[in-house]
Design a protein around this ligand. Structure first.
Ligand code: ADP
Ligand code: MG
Length: 452
């Protein structure tokens, strides 16, 4: 498994990321400092397992998981389940979370209120403990063979935590607030702590406010001070729960700028947010719906869908792996599924007078087959795995796909535009002699959703 991950990664790192979907994303960590997987391969260790997380977690067998096998993950959660009990009975808040986050990644987590975001962060930070499953943070299994006080010391040295309401101590100056974690974790020489706290405040632009009390600065500055405090012990990982939730948009932007700077210097940041304008600035966006993770290829490819539809697709999709060069859809083949590329790349080809011509290459988070599903009928082009590496795709049944887009008019509209663009590209590539045969008419494509 490890070898396979490494091999896939090398090919992937060198490959161009398709422009259509990630144009606005910040550049990701350099290959040398990057995790040994890419966006779409984040769940590579799950390869071969079904996506139905409920039924598939051998949580009791995880005690001896070899943590050294994947040293480049900053966070690895395995089958994390969290159940709360109250008078009404048991309530499963996290239903088996499998997630890997690489060193140097900037990752956002979104989800409706009550979906389990804070609970998941509390599992990652060791503030609360899971009912089942394994959590490896920075190579340390933080729940097996580790007691509460040990975990608390580990947290102090290895994690920076940022909260929505800052949680600065009101009677202490900003400088004193930033010194606290160093005192608590007994990091840095006693004499050096004030200087280091000043440097941290300077890093977040607060050098002039160091001797002020929290109430004397703006909320944006309070959050910046809380970030300086989180950085005091130089942790490799920052975890933030709605860090901009209490800020105006300008202050929120400044905090995200700061996070991006920290990420560019090598920190890993995991941030829960409600704000879609912030998720576009992270490397990866993870959606949690009702205690379960949505497949990232699905949320990237069909971002307009409601979370419940994405979750349904996550559960119903089948994973299929194709070898390099293998045909996925033949020209003229009947199409029964929507295909979403999860890792690797596919070439969309056209046969023209016996000659093959490449129309497009699609990568992770892009789909194909939708033209045939929407218009009915056979493939208008052929699709095969690129020569460089295997392709992992999700396939999703036609009837379910048509029902879901019928229930989501904005997805239907977005799909219509993509179909239109693709048909135009297709047409532009068409030689004169074959044009009339391949394209039904010259007008805009028909995006009526067929029944069934
Ligand atoms: P989010 O951060 O996504 O809004 P949370 O993780 O805070 O959601 O909560 C998820 C669900 O778990 C909610 O329904 C919440 O009421 C419940 N929950 C959270 N913490 C506790 C607790 N300590 N005891 C009981 N239920 C809890
Ligand atoms: Mg929350």
């Amino acid at each position: 498994m490890t070898l396979r991950v490494a091999r896939l990664t090398k090919a992937k790192v060198e490959k161009k990321i398709p422009t259509r979907e990630v144009a606005k994303k910040p550049s990701r960590p350099k290959a040398s400092s990057r995790p040994k997987f890419t966006l779409s391969e984040a769940q590579e260790p799950l390869r071969g397992k079904t996506l139905n997380t409920k039924s598939n977690h051998p949580t009791t067998e995880l005690q001896n998981y070899p943590t050294t096998e994947l040293p480049n993950y900053m966070i690895e959660t395995r089958g994390i389940v969290k159940t709360f009990k109250n008078a009404a009975g048991e309530f499963v808040v996290l239903k088996g979370i499998d997630l890997t986050i690489g060193r140097g990644e900037f990752v956002s987590i979104v989800g409706k209120s009550g979906s389990g975001k804070s609970t998941l962060l509390n599992m990652i930070t060791g503030i609360d403990h899971p009912t089942a499953g394994q959590m490896i943070v920075g190579g340390t299994d933080i729940y097996h063979n580790m007691g509460e006080s040990q975990r608390s010391r580990w947290r102090g040295k290895n994690l920076g935590i940022v909260f929505q309401f800052f949680q600065l101590l009101p009677m202490l100056t900003l400088l004193e607030n930033v010194m606290l974690p160093m005192d608590y974790a007994d990091m840095f020489d006693f004499d050096q702590r004030p200087q280091r706290a000043k440097e941290m405040l300077a890093l977040v632009g607060l050098e002039k406010q160091a001797s002020k009390l929290p109430a004397a600065v703006s909320t944006g500055q309070q959050q910046a001070a809380a970030i300086a405090r989180a950085l005091a012990c130089d942790p490799p990982l920052l975890v933030a729960d709605e860090p901009t939730g209490n800020l105006d948009s300008k202050s929120a932007d400044a905090i995200i700028d700061l996070f991006m700077k920290l990420v560019s210097e090598g920190k890993t940041i995991l941030m829960v947010t409600h704000d879609p304008s912030l998720t576009s600035r992270t490397h990866r966006n993870i959606i949690i719906s009702d205690g379960e993770l949505i497949d990232e290829a699905i949320s990237r490819s069909l971002p307009q869908l409601r979370h419940r539809h994405m979750l349904e697709m996550t559960k119903k999709a089948q994973r299929v792996t194709y070898q390099p060069g293998e045909t996925i859809l033949d020209c003229d083949q009947h199409v029964d599924n929507l295909f979403i590329v999860k890792s690797g790349a596919v070439d969309v080809m056209k046969k023209d007078d016996g000659r093959e011509q490449q129309l497009a290459q699609l990568g992770a988070g892009e789909f194909f087959g939708e033209i045939e599903l929407l218009r009915g009928g056979k493939a208008i082009a052929c699709v095969r795995a690129s020569q460089e590496e295997p392709v992992e795709a999700l396939t999703f049944p036609r009837a379910d796909f048509l029902r879901i887009i019928e229930e989501s008019p904005i997805t239907a509209e977005a799909l219509g535009k993509i179909v239109e663009t693709r048909l135009k590209e297709n047409r532009a590539n068409q030689s004169k002699s074959r044009r009339d045969e391949m394209i039904v008419d010259g007008g805009p494509p028909e995006i009526k959703i067929p029944k069934g």
